[in-house]
Structures are given as C-alpha cells and as structure tokens.
Design a protein around this ligand. Structure first.
Ligand SMILES: NC(=O)c1ccc[n+]([C@@H]2O[C@H](COP(=O)([O-])OP(=O)(O)OC[C@H]3O[C@@H](n4cnc5c(N)ncnc54)[C@H](OP(=O)(O)O)[C@@H]3O)[C@@H](O)[C@H]2O)c1
Length: 310
C-alpha cells in the first residue's frame, strides 16, 4: 500500500484509509465489518476515521480492533453534539473534554492520534474556545494532533491556525471546490489533508437502493453527477481492456492531488474494500484525465455555486 506523509504530523499514512460512517449509520454486522477492516489492515491500510457521533463506531473499535491498535492511526471527531455519557454545550470545553474521555474509554486506547473539530462553523473556529479544548487534551497526552473537519472558507481558515495539524475536507469528482479553496493553503502551512467523501458517495450509482440517512445525504452529489456528465468514456479513461471502473476513476481522481495524504473511503462491502485497495495501489490518474474531470466541473454552469459539502 502506497504511503504519504500527513503534513506536519510526519505520520506516514496509507493512501487508502477507512471511513467508519456508512458502516456505523447502516449498522453493519460486526463480524462482517471486522473481516472487512481486517482485510484492509492486512493489506497495509493504516488509518481509520471515526467520530463520537457515528453510532456504535467507538464501541466497535474498542471491542473488535483494540487488539490491532498499534497498526493504525486513529482519527476521530468531537464537538457539536452530545452523546450518551458526555455533557456540556456544543463546542464547549466540557463537551469536547467529556467526548474525548468517552472515546478513549470506549475505544480502549490511551491516545487518539488525530482529533478533529467535527464541522464547526467559521465563527466557532474564530472564537478559539473549541480549539483550546483540543490543545488542552493534546497537552495532557490524550490526543497527539489537533485538526478540523469541514469545508470551504472555514477549512481554509483552520489551515492557518498554528495548532491545526490536519484538515479533513470533501474532495471528489462531484465536490471540487476545496481543491482550490483548501489544498493550496494546506500545502503552504504543511497541514495534512484527509479527503472525506472521496468517491462522492458513489454518486454514479444514483439514488435508488440508498437506505437510512443516505437517502437524503447523497441527493446533492447525485444531482451534481447528472449535471457534470462525467463518465470514464467522457474523460478519456478508456484503454484496450475497456472503460475504467467508475469507482476507480473517482478514487484515483481524489488521489491525483499530492496534498491529499489519504482518501478515507466508507464501505459496507468487503468486495468493494478489496477493489479499492487495488485502485489506490495504482495512484493518481494521468494528468490529461484529471484535466478533463476538472474541465467538466469548470464548464458546468452551476458548478461555480457548488460549495464543498459537509
Ligand atoms: N463532516 C465530516 O466530518 C464527515 C462527513 C462525511 C464523511 N466523513 C468521513 O469520510 C468518510 C468517507 O465518506 P462517505 O463514507 O460519506 O463517502 P464515500 O467514501 O465517498 O462513499 C461511500 C459510498 O461509496 C460506496 N463505495 C465505496 N467503494 C466502492 C466501490 N469500489 N464501488 C462502488 N461503490 C463503492 C459505498 O457503498 P458500499 O457500502 O456499497 O460499498 C458507500 O455508499 C466517512 O466514512 C467518514 O469517516 C466525515
């Protein structure tokens, strides 16, 4: 598995990471999920992304992955919402501290490698109390690095804060705004970038068969996909063996930007996780295909008004 350095953390992370949101929100069977993540870890994936608010995810990590804790960089998120066993107002020191303590307990670990503020707005970042709570946890050894998960001007602002070592931001073929808004400022400040929603929630699959929170959550990307008219054929991703698999095109587009250290694809299917290992192993796309995908975005009349979506 290819590795890249996660900015000023100097952590070497696999270009394919694992995002826990779909398996948590869709309540994956724990046995199947243990097998899926075990397959990824065996292949060299070494970054797992979770959050206080992903239902049952921290408990799952504690029960099923704590025996392999030394093999992965653990990324989590706190701040805006109160989970059972936590207290305090959104973005307060009390809520952030109690959420970190809960995460350590549930995940059966003595430290979380990267803790992100879970998509607070710009005003909250500017007020500084939430980040101060993360810094306090870092100084106490509970977390190693502080970061921010979000998009657009708030993510760009976060990159300039000296205590922010990592940003997690949406980057995919249907979510290209952060490529210009966030990546240059992350690079300038040596902030490590984790690409969230890196295959655009598989927008090419359309809306049918979505379940749970994903019925509504994926609508905007599916609409964008319809308007962008991106396909492997339309962007020249065709070889003698045929058109590239859409998932490969999507994942390798996101990995084409050197600032992106890892793309944390969420999946509930081991066969897709296995394919993603293969796709990520091939690295970024040819420059002419990347240009074609970016040109589709730049020439779509609506795209200039499409922000990075959280
Ligand atoms: N605000 C935030 O901080 C925030 C917001 C969103 C996401 N995140 C993080 O980012 C991670 C990734 O985002 P995401 O899970 O929303 O979106 P994503 O990774 O772009 O897409 C996930 C979807 O892609 C499908 N998929 C994955 N590999 C595939 C393949 N090879 N072929 C076909 N379909 C494939 C999955 O379906 P199957 O299950 O059928 O494979 C799933 O529906 C999350 O899990 C979470 O950790 C953070």
């Amino acid at each position: 598995m290819n590795k890249r350095t996660l900015g000023k953390t100097h952590l070497d992370v696999s270009t394919l990471g694992f995002g826990c949101a779909p398996s948590a929100f869709l309540k994956s069977d724990p046995g199947a999920l243990t097998s899926l993540i075990g397959r990824l870890l065996d292949a060299g994936v070494n970054l797992i992304d979770t959050a206080t608010m992903y239902p049952g995810s921290e408990e799952f990590i504690g029960h099923h992955l704590s025996g392999r804790r030394s093999e992965f960089v653990l990324v989590s998120k706190v701040g805006g919402a109160r989970a059972v066993g936590t207290s305090g107002e959104p973005w307060s020191d009390e809520l952030i501290t109690s959420s970190i303590d809960r995460g350590l307990r549930l995940m059966k670990t003595d430290h979380i490698d990267v803790m992100l503020l879970h998509s607070c707005d710009l005003a909250t970042l500017e007020a500084d109390d939430a980040l101060a709570a993360l810094v306090k946890a870092r100084d106490a050894g509970k977390i190693r690095f502080c970061g921010y998960s979000g998009d657009n001007e708030a993510a760009a602002f976060a990159c300039k804060l000296p205590d922010i070592a990592v940003v997690e931001t949406s980057i995919s073929y249907v979510d290209q705004a952060n490529i210009d808004a966030v990546l240059p400022v992350a690079r300038a400040n040596r902030v490590g970038v984790i690409a969230k929603r890196p295959v655009g929630n598989a927008a090419w699959k359309g809306s049918a068969d979505r379940t749970g929170i994903y019925v509504n959550y994926t609508k905007s990307y599916v609409e964008r996909h319809g308007k962008l008219r991106i396909s492997p054929e339309a962007v020249g991703a065709v070889s003698a063996s045929g058109a590239m698999d859409f998932a490969e095109l999507a994942l390798r587009f996101t990995l084409s930007f050197p600032e992106v250290a890892t793309a944390i694809v969420g999946t509930t299917r081991e066969e897709n996780a296995t394919k993603n290992l293969e796709f990520a192993g091939r690295g970024g796309l040819d420059a002419r295909i990347v240009d074609a995908i970016q040109s589709k975005w730049k020439s779509a009349p609506e795209a200039s008004g499409w922000p990075g979506l959280t």
